[in-house]
Ligand binder design. Structure first.
Ligand code: AMP
Ligand code: GLY
Length: 468
């Protein structure tokens, strides 16, 4: 079987590796030349991955059996629709359904319309004049979100990205003035986790829960990034996440797939719910229409040595054998090596000497992202997340220690978060939730269900839309 992988990051490298392990042939369409994918692909095309006609032409010329789309931008650009129109079964939703990620307003409206009570309180001011009132109504702390795709970097959280409410209001106004839509959300307090699932015409097949580290710097400081690393736990839960809470999140994913279907959108691909586990249970922060990066790497590492090619082909054609969806009972830790300054002002161009065979010999996997080959055992860092190291073990902290030990085989100027997957960090997160859930803890000042109806409009002006 021949698969087209669209995208050239470490997530796509992991997808390629899993396919090759299943004896499939891989061809790649990506903007960058990923040394890891180059090593395993039988053909590759350098293209903007959102260029649907070029991607389709390549898929047809190579007579691929199926395609899998890694990043969100081709999905939002309708590349899955174009591939399907050319009769290439594709893992990835249509442009319409991918709005679940590419439009945060669409996502919140869908949930509200279908009474999926998983959103924080949220307002969508439709003009600059409405912002101050919306800010007052949501109350502090709050979060400002541009409607569209921002690679995890456009969201401003009070207390982290701005301190005074008026700074957040100014940011929201600037987004509206640039012509975009904007959401103001209650800031949720808790621990984030990612719950991905394969979605077919007749089923939702959950993957292990994962926790991503979004902030650039240790101690969760610095700017929001696409994710600096992630971990998953042996039992597919997380140290702070019970089976009941995970099931509640999976139920939100299932109901959202039903809602899309009821609204006429078929979904074949991966749906990823980003949740905040709060004192009141999991609340949806966002949906993504694809494997997380890095979270997809955790899940793919755990994929039982079954037939990943058959699984992906099944997702692409709308039906999978449930026996193909099996994940090993091991803990995993992924850490990204990034250029210094990543998350703010990355300094690209640095060389990394990586003794990949020595790392692999210690049971740690090396996946390449935004790097280019620069000689034997050497890569040059680009602007984004460069190399992912993946460790696995029985316990999370052991998997983390394996990755740390593997760093002895890497030389060069890079940044990595050493605090991902340490015992101390895990204990802090468990304690954080214990405190939030302790009897007598101050409850969130705002209800977490669908917000009450908007106050009746005052005599002048239209009230902002209140969308649950
Ligand atoms: P998003 O693009 O919606 O995932 O937002 C990026 C990051 O901002 C999330 O992963 C969270 O860390 C944070 N964030 C987004 N919305 C909220 C919220 N309502 N409360 C607290 N943090 C949030
Ligand atoms: N790691 C977050 C994402 O893939 O969007």
């Amino acid at each position: 079987m021949r698969f087209l992988v669209v995208g050239g990051g470490a997530r796509e490298h992991a997808i390629g590796v899993a396919l090759v392990r299943a004896n499939a042939e891989v061809v790649v369409a990506s903007a960058n030349t990923n040394p890891g994918l180059e090593a395993i692909a039988s053909a590759s095309l350098r293209t903007d991955p959102t260029d649907a006609p070029r991607v389709v032409e390549f898929a047809r010329a190579l007579r691929v059996d199926a395609a899998v789309i890694g990043p969100e931008t081709p999905l939002a650009a309708g590349v899955a629709d174009a591939l399907r129109a050319a009769e290439v079964p594709t893992v990835g939703p249509s442009k319409d359904a991918a709005r679940i990620e590419s439009s945060k307003v669409f996502c919140r409206e869908l949930l509200a319309r279908h009474q999926i009570l998983a959103s924080p309180r949220v307002l969508a001011p439709s003009s600059v004049d409405e912002v101050d009132r919306a800010v007052a109504e949501i109350g502090s702390p709050f979060v400002v979100k541009p409607d569209g795709l921002t690679a995890g970097k456009g969201v401003w959280v009070q207390g982290a990205d701005f301190s005074e409410a008026k700074e957040g209001a100014t940011y929201a106004k600037s987004l509206l003035l640039q012509g975009g839509r904007v959401l103001l959300e209650e800031k949720l307090e808790g621990e984030e986790f990612s719950q991905m699932a394969f979605v077919t015409d007749d089923g939702v097949y959950p993957m292990p829960a994962v926790q991503d580290f979004k902030r650039a710097l240790e101690g969760n400081r610095g700017g929001n990034t696409g994710g600096m690393g992630s971990y998953s736990q042996r039992d597919h839960l997380l140290p702070f996440l019970s089976a009941t809470d995970r099931d509640a999140a999976i139920e939100v994913v299932r109901r959202t797939v039903d809602a899309l279907r009821e609204d006429g959108m078929r979904y074949r691909g991966v749906l990823y719910g980003g949740f905040m586990l709060t004192a009141r249970g999991p609340v949806l922060v966002e949906f993504n229409a694809r494997f997380g990066d890095p979270e997809g790497i955790n899940a793919l590492t755990l994929y039982e040595d079954g037939d990943f090619a058959a699984l992906l082909l099944g997702v692409a054609t709308g039906h999978v054998d449930p026996n193909l969806v099996r994940f090993r009972l091991r803990s995993t830790v992924v850490k990204y090596l990034v250029p210094p300054g990543y998350g703010d002002r990355p300094k690209p161009g640095g060389l990394l000497e990586i003794d990949a065979p020595a790392i692999e010999a210690e049971g740690v996997h090396v996946l390449f992202g935004s790097v280019e080959a620069a000689g034997p055992g050497t890569v040059r860092l680009g602007n984004s997340r460069g190399v992912a190291l993946v460790g696995e073990a029985s316990a999370i902290h052991e998997a983390g220690s394996r990755v740390e030990a593997a760093l002895a085989h890497v030389r060069g100027d890079y940044y990595v978060r050493h605090d991902i997957g340490t015992k101390e960090d895990l204990a802090r997160r468990v304690e954080h939730l214990r405190q939030l859930r302790a009897p007598g803890a101050k409850p969130s000042p705002l209800p977490l269900s669908v917000a009450p109806p908007a106050a009746p409009p005052s005599s002048a002006g239209t009230p902002e839309q209140l969308i649950g």
